[in-house]
Design a protein around this ligand. Structure first.
Ligand code: UD1
Length: 417
């Protein structure tokens, strides 16, 4: 099993391109199932979660080829409607294949999805919406058996929570439905807009993506297109956290400042300087961060739950006490016990974590148990005195492409063994 060896306290400097967004790539890959012809998808990161989606596409009958960050996907020969358990379990976002496969074939049979253990991750909102669109869904023996033999029908879907995955699933399914689908209380994340851009380029009629109400007029067929995945705002936030914990200055090329507004505010409040230009985002941290005050995770445009772990790690060495309130997932503080091994002073109860900044963390042997928690351990290790060994990096590799290479190029002392 691979591990990361990190010797902390090295300054970072220079510039790096922020990789393409995993959370855009996954639904866009699922959406290719609806299209005819060859799609060219640029800036698609090489990650285990992306590979899992490609595995599903191939199983369904798609022709998939990769050349570096570019993917060629052709779904003309899709006939299969069943996704085996072993493929579904590899990633949580495999559930967005439900709407796509159902819309394409009128039938879908798949098991409940897997993904990181960060709390209960129900799919009731997906199922309720698809049923409202006319799907017959039977749940038995851990499988979902779904039919829409005469196609899905446009309808009004009111989400009780702006779920990212449910919004994407419904948007994809609605593209080929008969009539108009209106989603209220839709998720507004930038990845929703990226998915809508991709689908609209293929001939879909999606209006209002990125707002609370999304309207989709069904069409009879979708073409293929060429599309570039947006930069990953959570990777950008993690790199900022790495610079923050080492008192460094770096340039994040390709990062989109408007997608990072709630994160930039937190860093500015803790005395980091951020300059936005055509080149990207220049991030400059003080020798020691000031407190982050209170950070509450919320649906976009609020502070993202995925950035909580890396920023919490940076706050461990801030001058003062920071408070984090996790409102999206219940079990998202699993990195805290490992950060405490490195000398952090954190008390967590329920949704709240109180971090009393210490002057320095020290290197330790720590283990990652989920994706963003793994990133937080890298952030902490970079700022810690001495050497850390991080195991469980398969979690990191779900969402960060060659992260140790990116960080070494910026000057970090980090290697994979
Ligand atoms: C997506 C992101 C993930 C991010 C999360 C929140 C992808 C591939 N993953 O996950 O990185 O952390 O958004 O920004 O894009 N919920 C229900 N019923 C449902 C669906 C969701 O109760 O049917 C609840 C979840 O348990 C959770 C909340 O809604 O408490 C948010 O989940 P959701 O927005 O759906 O997250 P994902 O799409 O799984």
């Amino acid at each position: 099993m691979s591990r990361l060896l990190v010797t902390g306290r090295q300054k970072l400097s220079g510039e790096t391109y922020v990789q393409g967004a995993k959370n855009s790539a996954l639904p866009i890959l699922a959406a290719t199932i609806l299209t005819k012809g060859e799609n060219v998808i640029y800036n698609c990161p090489e990650l285990s979660d992306v590979e899992a989606s490609l595995g599903i596409l191939r199983y369904l009958g798609c022709d998939v080829r990769r050349s570096g960050q570019t993917l060629l996907v052709k779904a003309d020969d899709v006939k299969n409607y069943e996704i085996p358990d072993v493929l579904m379990r590899k990633t949580r976002s495999s559930i967005v294949f439900l709407g796509a496969v159902l819309a394409r074939t009128g039938r879908a049979k798949l098991s409940f999805p897997g993904g990181c253990e960060i709390g209960p991750r129900p799919i009731d909102l997906h199922l309720k919406a698809l049923r409202e669109m006319g799907a017959v869904i039977k749940e038995k023996h851990g499988y979902l058996d779904c039919y829409a033999s005469s196609g899905l029908k446009g309808t009004r879907v009111a989400l009780s929570f702006p779920s990212v995955g449910a919004t994407e699933d419904i948007m994809i399914a609605a593209c080929l439905a008969k009539g108009t689908t209106t989603i209220t209380n839709a998720a507004q994340e930038p990845e929703i807009c990226d998915l809508a851009d991709f689908l609209n380029k293929c001939g879909a009629k999606i209006y209002g993506a990125g707002e609370g109400v999304v309207v989709i007029d069904g069409v009879t067929a979708l073409n293929s297109t060429a599309h570039t995945i947006i930069a990953d705002r959570i990777v950008a936030a993690t790199l900022m956290s790495c610079a923050a914990t080492t008192g460094s200055e770096i340039l994040l090329k390709g990062a989109v400042a408007s997608h990072l507004a709630s994160i930039i505010t937190v860093f500015e409040d803790s005395d980091c300087k951020i300059k936005i230009s055509d080149k990207g985002i220049r991030f400059s941290a003080p020798e020691r961060l000031s407190t982050m005050h209170t950070v509450r995770t919320m649906p976009y445009p609020g502070f993202p739950t995925d950035a909580q772990a890396p920023l919490l790690a940076a706050s461990c060495v801030a001058n003062g006490t920071s408070v984090f309130v996790e409102n999206i997932f219940e079990n998202r503080y699993r990195h805290i016990s490992e950060l405490i091994r490195m000398g952090a002073s954190i008390k967590a109860e329920g949704r709240v974590a109180v971090v009393e900044g210490v002057e320095s963390l020290y290197g330790a042997s720590v283990e990652a148990v989920d994706l963003r928690g793994a990133a937080s351990l890298v952030v902490a290790a970079l700022g810690a005195e001495g050497e850390s060994e991080i195991s469980g990096i398969k979690y990191l590799e779900r969402g960060y492409e060659n992260f140790e290479v990116v960080l070494s190029e910026l000057g970090a002392d980090i290697k994979k063994i």
